[in-house]
Design a protein around this ligand. Structure first.
Ligand SMILES: Cc1cc2nc3c(=O)[nH]c(=O)nc-3n(C[C@H](O)[C@H](O)[C@H](O)COP(=O)(O)OP(=O)(O)OC[C@H]3O[C@@H](n4cnc5c(N)ncnc54)[C@H](O)[C@@H]3O)c2cc1C
Length: 153
């Protein structure tokens, strides 16, 4: 049993670490970096714990669970979550579409601030993460920007 917080509020960062473009950047996801995200994870884990205790699910499980979340403190639950959780491969927003003064990299037409003739058109320009899968929104974004380019905007 698992769950996904669909609207995380933590933001990470990506930094260029070398003038050599072959060197990978430093990526700091900063998962669970806000109190709201920690609260969402604890609430989700507590809900799973209650579901595990229901007669319906106890009738389906063969033995005790490896982690009985109902018995754990908030600190232990969070540590377990940090140890065993993973992403669902939806990184986005690393070149966010936003005003330049608010950390944006591209404008509303996805033009890169300060670089003439360059647009970024992929999941990296999402202003924030979608609450579901990212592939279809990426295709929709590409479609929309194709229309802008063809219209000369
Ligand atoms: C394992 C996995 C499972 C996923 N499952 C789902 C799912 O079920 N549903 C869903 O909606 N989304 C899913 N996603 C997320 C979805 O695939 C991505 O959000 C989406 O592909 C992002 O599109 P993009 O164009 O931003 O990046 P990408 O699809 O990564 O495209 C980037 C492209 O740029 C190319 N490229 C990179 N560097 C260069 C370069 N220097 N020069 C030229 N080309 C370059 C790459 O080869 C690649 O083709 C999954 C992702 C992963 C990794």
């Amino acid at each position: 049993m698992g769950f996904n917080p669909g609207r995380p509020t933590s933001t990470g960062r990506i930094d260029i670490v070398s003038p050599d473009p072959a060197q990978p950047p430093r990526i700091q996801p900063n998962y669970l970096g806000t109190a709201a995200d920690v609260a969402a994870v604890l609430a989700g884990a507590r809900l799973i714990g209650r579901l595990q205790q229901t007669p319906a699910l106890r009738g389906l499980t063969l033995g005790p669970l490896a982690v009985g979340s109902a018995a754990l403190t908030d600190e232990a639950l969070l540590a377990d979550f940090r140890a065993r959780s993973g992403t669902v491969y939806h990184p986005c927003g690393s070149c966010r579409r936003a005003p330049e003064g608010q950390g944006g990299v591209v404008d509303a037409s996805l033009r890169v601030y300060g670089v003439h003739g360059l647009r970024v058109v992929d999941a990296s320009v999402f202003p924030n993460i979608t609450s579901a899968n990212t592939q279809a929104p990426t295709v929709m974004l590409a479609w929309k920007v194709t229309e802008l380019v063809l219209a000369g905007r």
